[in-house]
Design a protein around this ligand. Structure first.
Ligand SMILES: [Zn+2]
Ligand SMILES: [Zn+2]
Length: 445
């Protein structure tokens, strides 16, 4: 029987489709960005240790009602921005933020039985399917800090201070905008005054605000229609309607900031869009030093962090009334801003050793060398696929490796290895069994 030529042999058919595009508002983080993420996450780790925050990891998927009740049942803005679906009859949602989940967990795990306050942080993806035009992402990473079980203004101040210094550590100058939106009792009076003002301007108010001016006049404050924005200047301001408790609370927060000489701007129009906030609300914006550059990422202009006090949230979720405050920072926005400002990022530390190999036989040995060195806690690199020694040495130089181990066929047979000091260029032949001890000695020097 004649043998078939190779190309005629039957082959399994590989089905091909057009590469599915990335979803709108989603982003791949590629290796050149790694150093930014490493640096930012490293600074966050440092701050949470110093300020005694503990890690809280909650699921990305939660019951829809957790967000429905806390974020938009009171007429907030994000209902249409939430990714949700029915899973076997149960309505679930991808978390749009982390505070509601953190409070749900605080209640679930009876954390009110532990010494208060409970200081928690998280860092992870959040999802909102809002407009993507202004450089906003639909999946973005937030680090959040929450302090639960303490009503003192020092807590609000601590959060603002952390936000301010964290951005400073990233190399970013920022501006703090601050407001107090009062408590359940003084807000009633304020809402009445605001409603009265809107009625007196009935003709000039946008249609949406006109419809809700009696039921929910507060939404006027976050209305972005040109008509309403113009009216805001003369509108009654929350700060003038604060009760004694809320006013004293605000002044105390400001005193802490003054003490540290942290600059802030009181912004009476600032109203965080989630409905659970009380008293202090704040946002931290990048300080605009220069005009927008061509090609600059839009997201670099948005607020970098924001938060405030949310004394009713735990009660709203069925827990016992517990005061709390928190803030979040958007990591992608911070990194965009760092790139625009050309912030200096320290390079990753240079490795102690690079293991190079020549010949297939040596390559096999390299794996065990590499693992043996890793086990001894050396910072070690290798390129286990490249053959040419020159290319490997170039990589070692680029990485700034202090020593290079070179393994060839001859060395494998003799049970030795070439140890090269990259600074002096001096190289010596070392017994393979002595390599770890030899490297330890040299690195100690
Ligand atoms: Zn009040
Ligand atoms: Zn309006």
């Amino acid at each position: 029987m004649p043998r078939r030529k190779k190309e005629e042999q039957p082959q399994e058919e590989i089905k091909v489709i057009k590469t599915p595009p990335l979803l709108r508002g989603m982003k791949d983080v590629l290796p050149p960005e790694e150093k930014y993420w490493d640096f930012v996450e490293g600074q966050i780790k440092k701050v949470v240790r110093d300020y005694s925050f503990r890690l809280m990891r909650t699921p990305l998927l939660e019951k829809y009602e957790l967000f429905n009740h806390t974020l938009f049942k009171q007429g907030g803005i994000v209902e249409k921005e939430i990714f949700h679906f029915i899973d076997k009859g149960e309505k679930v949602a991808l978390r749009p933020e982390g505070t509601a989940s953190t409070c749900r967990a605080y209640i679930d795990h009876n954390m009110d039985n532990q010494p208060q306050p409970i200081k928690l942080y998280y860092c992870g993806p959040m999802f909102r399917r809002g407009k993507v035009d202004a450089g906003k992402l639909r999946q973005f990473t937030q680090v959040g800090f929450e302090i639960i079980g303490d009503k003192s203004p020092a807590v609000d101040a601590e959060l603002i201070i952390i936000g301010h210094y964290l951005l400073k550590n990233f190399g970013l100058d920022s501006e703090i905008r601050l407001n107090s939106i009062g408590c359940a009792s003084c807000r009633v009076e304020y809402a009445k005054a605001l409603g009265g003002y809107l009625k007196s301007k009935r003709g000039a108010v946008c249609l949406d605000c006109r419809k809700r001016m009696t039921r929910d006049p507060m939404k006027f404050l976050i209305c972005k229609s040109v008509k309403c924005v113009k009216l805001k200047e003369d509108a009654p301001q929350t700060m003038d309607w604060l009760c004694d408790d809320c006013r004293n609370h605000l002044f105390k927060v400001l005193e802490y900031l003054d003490e540290l000489k942290i600059p802030y701007k009181l912004d009476p129009t600032l109203l965080r869009t989630f409905d659970y906030y009380t008293k202090t609300v704040f946002e931290i914006h990048p300080l605009e030093k220069q005009e927008k550059k061509e090609g600059e990422d839009e997201s670099a202009r948005l607020s970098l962090a924001g938060g405030g006090r949310y004394d009713y949230l735990i009660q709203m979720l069925g827990g016992i009334a517990t005061p709390a405050a928190g803030f979040t920072m958007g990591i992608e926005r911070v990194i965009s801003r760092m790139k625009v400002n050309k912030c200096e990022i320290p390079n990753l530390p240079a490795p102690d050793v690079f293991v190079a190999q020549i010949s297939e036989q040596a390559r096999q040995k390299t794996f065990s060398f590499f693992e043996a060195l890793r086990k001894e806690n050396f910072s070690v690199r290798a390129n286990l696929t490249k053959g040419a020694l020159k290319a490997q040495l170039d990589t070692a130089i680029k990485l700034g490796a202090k020593f290079v181990l070179i393994l060839g066929q001859k060395e494998v047979i003799e049970g030795t290895v070439i140890l090269r000091d990259m600074e002096s260029g001096i190289q010596e032949v070392v017994n393979a069994k002595r390599v770890v001890a030899e490297l330890k000695k040299k690195l100690k020097k």
